[in-house]
Design a protein around this ligand. Structure first.
Ligand code: PHE
Length: 349
């Protein structure tokens, strides 16, 4: 048999065998068997060396044709087998809709917001209205109408951010007092309002002071309101935030817009009053300022101060949260560090 006949015979055999290949492994093995270093076709091509010179081109061409045909056939086969494998896999794999999904992380209210909501809920349940003032106010509302005239030294304590000569970022939620007072219709019943929000003071920020913090103002005005009503109300609020068994005490103080004025302390929720590091060994924690609304404030808002009396208090949710959760730097609340904030996902109780 001459080389051409051998080549043609091999080509025929290959045609038949290719049809029997069913797996990618078989295709690969067959390729090596025919085209590899010691493959059938490679062997025949080595014989080319021994044929007469003039026969070489034709034989070489034929050998190349065969090699190309094999490659094409095997490539086609590989694609077919891959497609079949994929098809089978897709038929076998069904989606199990009962498998647990990827959890979606959900946000939660900021800890200060939680404390404020807790206080708001309490006062709503006692029939108070929530009124939100604006953060930019006139100095008339922030100071004059709450009995702090232009030259009053109390202005210095709340040195603030002025926007122009007559407007500033409010230094206290007490700035809503005149608005609420002048708008209230006493023929419809007593005035009972709380007003939560942000306030601003030019403070050198340190661990217990921030230039921006929160307050909740509370006010009740009607005929016959007394300090006893104030005490009872603040006792309820203290128990709501710091737990049952809390006692409240008044210490005399001074605010221009209340007379008499008091600082309000709550018995220490940690040691119960015996003295510890939270209450600085005193057994009491200062939580807010309050008092009976000064007659001048009522009068300036057109209210008959002989007929009506009322109390007001101003409390700081930031400070409450610091005390309750042992946070020793107020700036933590405003850094937006999730490691800090995520400790308070569970609510305030
Ligand atoms: N506005 C006072 C402050 O910011 C708090 C306060 C409010 C005191 C109402 C008495 C009555 O310090």
């Amino acid at each position: 048999m001459n080389l051409l006949e051998k080549l043609n015979l091999l080509a025929e055999k290959i045609d038949v065998e290719v049809k029997t290949l069913k797996t990618l492994e078989a295709v690969e093995a067959f390729k090596i068997k025919v085209l590899g270093r010691n493959g059938a076709l490679t062997d025949l091509m080595k014989e080319l060396r021994n044929v007469p010179k003039e026969e070489k081109p034709a034989l070489g061409k034929r050998a190349n044709e065969i090699r190309q045909a094999i490659n094409e056939a095997l490539d086609g086969l590989t694609k077919e087998i891959e497609a079949e494998v994929l098809q089978k896999k897709m038929e076998q794999e069904t989606i199990d809709v009962t498998l647990p999904g990827q959890p979606v992380t959900q946000g939660h209210p900021h800890i200060i917001e939680q404390v404020m909501q807790q206080i708001e809920d309490l006062f709503l349940s006692m029939g108070y209205e929530i009124v939100e003032g604006t953060e930019i106010v006139s100095d008339v509302m922030n100071f004059e109408r709450v009995n702090v005239p232009k030259d009053h030294p109390a202005r210095d304590m709340q040195d603030s951010f002025y926007i122009d000569d007559h407007h500033l970022l409010r230094t206290q939620t007490s700035a809503v007092q005149p608005l609420v007072l002048e708008q209230h219709d006493f023929t419809k019943g007593p005035l009972k309002v709380i007003s939560p929000g942000k306030v601003y003071r030019r403070d050198n920020d340190d661990a217990t002071h921030s230039h921006q913090f929160h307050q909740i103002e509370g006010m009740v005005v009607a005929e016959g309101i007394t300090m006893g009503d104030l005490l009872g109300t603040l006792e309820l609020m203290s128990k709501e935030i710091f737990g049952e068994n809390r006692e409240v005490r008044f210490r005399p103080s001074y605010f221009p817009f209340t007379e008499p004025s008091v600082e309000v302390d709550v018995s220490c929720f940690k040691c119960g009053g015996k003295g510890c590091n939270v209450c600085k060994q005193s057994g009491w924690i200062e939580i807010l300022g309050a008092g009976m609304i000064h007659p001048n404030v009522l009068k300036m808002s057109g209210i008959d101060s002989n007929k009506y009396t009322g109390f007001a208090f101003g409390t700081g949710p930031d400070r409450m949260a610091m005390l309750k959760y042992g946070v020793n730097d107020i700036r933590q609340f405003y850094l937006n560090d999730e490691r800090f904030l995520n400790q308070f996902i569970g609510g305030t109780k």
